[in-house]
Each structure stands twice: as structure tokens, then as C-alpha cells.
Design a protein around this ligand. Structure first.
Ligand SMILES: Nc1ncnc2c1ncn2[C@@H]1O[C@H](COP(=O)(O)OP(=O)(O)OP(=O)(O)O)[C@@H](O)[C@H]1O
Ligand SMILES: O=C(CO)[C@H](O)[C@H](O)COP(=O)(O)O
Length: 377
């Protein structure tokens, strides 16, 4: 642990943009953590999505792939990955935003100067004293120490919005939910877990739409992978939005990763594996793989529409998924089995989240040249 008192600290650029951030600091030299943890160069990964779109669920699935616990906390939980919630760079507290009549999604309501200087500092191996946005109170709490780690995930509304922050990323992910799915998940969460009323939830989603469209949604056009979560095409008008069609859009020309493919790279395949080797209940499951264009980019699409019943049978599907970066036979299936009750374990969201977690591992290994120890085989 870096001894905060001995480190020499300098005020972080952007700290003067808000009184809440006045104590934000950056260590003036590379922290001892790098040597002690054997960190070559911290790998920075951005995960962008609106509130309630599954970022935490995805990052919990990253558990086990790296052999450590990863949760939405502000200090390194495991010995490998740290997660920073970018809400911590809100310029105002909740009351301040109400008075300024601005939403948290608005670029002007976030301190990108501070975000860029601190994420770059972590990438250079320096520790930072970072503000903390408290969602319980809506206030901005005292700064806390965040040390560099092998992987630093920055997740939230704007990881790819500011060009300086975007340039610091080694891998970028966007979770793109269709409105009807986002509403279904928000209702499920904000009513069940946060006691909100249906009308408040719907009003909140509506009020956020203009700023979401202007400041958050455009990030999906230029990132390494997009996970689209849409209503199924296997049945018409699925009111509950329980059956999902999930598409992984993979940039074919990304610097740090190679897209996965089904069977034969570059081909176009529709595959319905239900039958003797994969137990499906209505409406079953359908895979698609093939080339497409996405905002003038060439992408390789891996799509899963529907769901499956028995997690262990996924090993049959896994044998036909190529270049997923697995380290032993059945690793994707084992990772699903590690979290059998996690949301989406029996549909494309769980499967593709595990695949993206393995992409994160492959990016780390490519950038650092260091293999990640395999856990759990
Ligand atoms: N694949 C899934 N299938 C069904 N429900 C899901 C799935 N992933 C997440 N959810 C549900 O959606 C809600 C939000 O998920 P989660 O907390 O992971 O999102 P988040 O982006 O981290 O939210 P926030 O930014 O508000 O903290 C939760 O109720 C969760 O159970
Ligand atoms: O879009 C969000 C990202 O999570 C939140 O609404 C934003 O961070 C403000 O949080 P709160 O509503 O708790 O004040």
C-alpha cells in the first residue's frame, strides 16, 4: 500500500473546476505499487452505458476470469483489477444539478479535465486522490486514494466522450440497450430494489433522453465492441422483454483485439443448435455470425437470439466459437456455471459478457506481453 503521507502530491489539473474537487491530487512520481505488484503498465478499459444497463452485472462476470473479486468499488478489490465509476467526476452534487437545471449526462456537468488528468496518471503508474460521488446522499464525498493496478476499468456515462480520456483507453466497450429493454430492467431494479414508483421511473427515463442522445449514445460509434440488447425476433411482441436478441458488434480493424467468429471466419452463418445436444424450450435459440457495417466501420457480428436451459450444454456451442481466447476446453461454459443465477446466465447477455471478459484478458496480454494466470480449470 502506498504510504499517502510519504508520497509527494501535486494538485490535479481540473481540481479547481469545482470546490468539491479542490483536494483531488496526483502523486508526482510513479508509485511503488508498480514494482511491488509487478505491474508493467496499467491497462485501461472503458465500459460505457446509461444507468441501469448492466455495467455492474457485466463487471461481476469478470470475476474468475482474472481470479479476483471485481466489484463496483473505488479501491482495488482484487489484486488485479480496479473499477472506477466515472460518476465520481460529476461537477455538482445532486442539489447543485437541480439548481443549475442540468442532468448528470450533460458533458458540462462533468469534470473531464480532472478525469483525463487522473486516468492518464493511473496509466503512467501514479496513484491519485479521486473525488467520490455518493449515490446514497447525492453529495460529493472526500477524495480517496486509488492506486494503479494491472487493469483499471473506468465505467459509466462518459468513458469515451472526452478525446483525452478516450486516447488513454486500450479497449472500449459500449452496452447498448433498446429502450424497451432498458425500461424493463429499470422498472425491475428501481421498483424492486429502490422503491421507486413506475411513473417516476418512466418520467426519469423520458427526462434523460435528450442528454442521453447528445452526450452518451454517440460514444457507441467509435469503440472496439458494442453489445446490443434488443427484443427477440423469435416471437412477436414479447411484452415482458424476457427473451432477448443480443448482438456483439466487433470492430474488424481494432488495434488490440481480434474478433471472435463462428465456425469459419468471414462467412455468414445462421445456426439453430437446439436438439440432441442443446436443450431448448420455446422459443429456442438462434445464432448468427457474419460481416456488417456499423457507422461506416466494418464489424464482425456475433448474435444470439433466445435462450438455453442447461448451462453445461453450452460447451457444445463453445466448441464452435473461435478465437475467444479461452485457456482450456470449456472455459466459457465454466465461467457461466460459476455464476448460474446471475442475470442473463441462460441467454446471449451472459454468454457475450463472458466472451467480452475474455477479450479484456486478451487485450491485457497483448498490451503487456504478460500471460494472465488461469484460475479454476
Ligand atoms: N442480462 C440481464 N438480464 C436481465 N436483467 C439484467 C441483466 N443485466 C442486468 N440486469 C438487471 O438490470 C438492472 C441493472 O443492472 P446493473 O446494476 O448491473 O446496471 P448498472 O449499469 O451497473 O446500473 P447503475 O449504473 O445504475 O449502477 C439490475 O436489476 C439487474 O438485475
Ligand atoms: O446517470 C447516472 C449514472 O449512474 C446517475 O443518474 C447520476 O450519476 C446521478 O446520480 P443520482 O441520480 O444518484 O444523483
Amino acid at each position: 500500500m502506498v504510504n499517502v503521507s510519504t508520497d509527494t502530491w501535486v494538485k490535479a489539473p481540473g481540481a479547481d473546476k469545482s470546490s468539491h474537487h479542490a483536494n483531488a491530487k496526483i502523486a508526482s512520481n510513479v508509485s511503488e505499487v508498480l514494482a511491488k505488484k509487478g505491474i508493467e503498465r496499467p491497462v485501461i478499459i472503458g465500459v460505457a452505458a446509461d444507468s441501469g444497463c448492466g455495467k455492474s452485472t457485466f463487471l461481476r462476470r469478470v470475476t474468475g476470469i482474472f481470479g479476483t473479486e471485481v466489484s463496483k468499488t473505488h479501491t482495488p478489490v482484487g489484486n488485479f483489477i480496479s473499477v472506477i465509476c466515472l460518476d465520481d467526476y460529476h461537477l455538482h452534487d445532486r442539489m447543485g444539478r437541480r439548481e443549475a437545471r442540468v442532468t448528470a449526462l450533460d458533458g458540462a456537468a462533468n469534470n473531464f479535465e480532472l478525469m483525463a488528468s487522473q486516468i492518464q496518471a493511473l496509466r503512467e503508474g501514479k496513484s491519485i486522490m479521486k473525488p467520490v460521488y455518493n449515490h446514497e446522499t447525492g453529495e460529493i464525498d472526500e477524495c480517496e486514494l486509488v492506486e494503479p493496478n494491472h487493469i483499471v476499468v473506468i465505467e459509466g456515462l462518459h468513458p469515451m466522450y472526452d478525446t483525452r480520456v478516450k486516447k488513454s483507453l486500450d479497449f472500449s466497450v459500449y452496452l447498448d440497450l433498446a429502450d424497451e429493454v432498458k425500461i424493463a430492467w429499470k422498472i425491475q431494479r428501481d421498483m424492486a430494489e429502490r422503491g421507486h414508483s413506475l411513473e417516476n421511473i418512466l418520467a426519469s427515463i423520458e427526462s434523460r433522453k435528450p442528454d442521453f442522445a447528445q452526450f452518451v449514445d454517440p460514444q457507441k460509434r467509435d469503440c472496439d465492441v458494442v453489445m446490443e440488447i434488443l427484443p427477440t425476433r423469435l416471437i412477436p411482441d414479447d411484452d415482458e422483454k424476457k427473451v432477448l436478441r443480443v448482438r456483439l458488434l466487433q470492430d474488424e480493424n481494432s488495434e488490440n483485439f481480434d474478433p471472435i467468429f463462428l465456425y469459419d471466419e468471414g462467412s455468414t452463418i445462421d445456426w439453430v443448435p437446439c436438439g440432441r445436444k442443446l436443450t431448448c424450450s420455446y422459443p429456442g435459440i438462434k445464432f448468427h455470425y457474419g460481416p456488417d457495417t456499423y457507422y461506416d466501420k466494418e464489424v464482425a457480428v456475433f448474435e444470439v437470439d433466445g435462450g438455453f436451459e442447461k448451462l453445461d450444454e453450452m460447451v457444445y456451442v463453445e466448441t464452435h466459437i473461435e478465437r475467444a481466447g479461452t485457456k482450456f476446453f470449456g472455459e466459457i461454459t465454466q465461467s457461466l456455471l460459476r455464476n448460474p443465477t446471475a442475470p442473463g446466465s441462460k441467454n446471449g447477455t451472459g454468454l457475450i459478457q463472458v466472451i467480452m471478459a475474455m477479450m479484456m484478458r486478451s487485450v491485457y496480454e497483448k498490451v503487456t506481453g504478460k500471460p494472465v494466470a488461469v484460475s479454476g480449470n
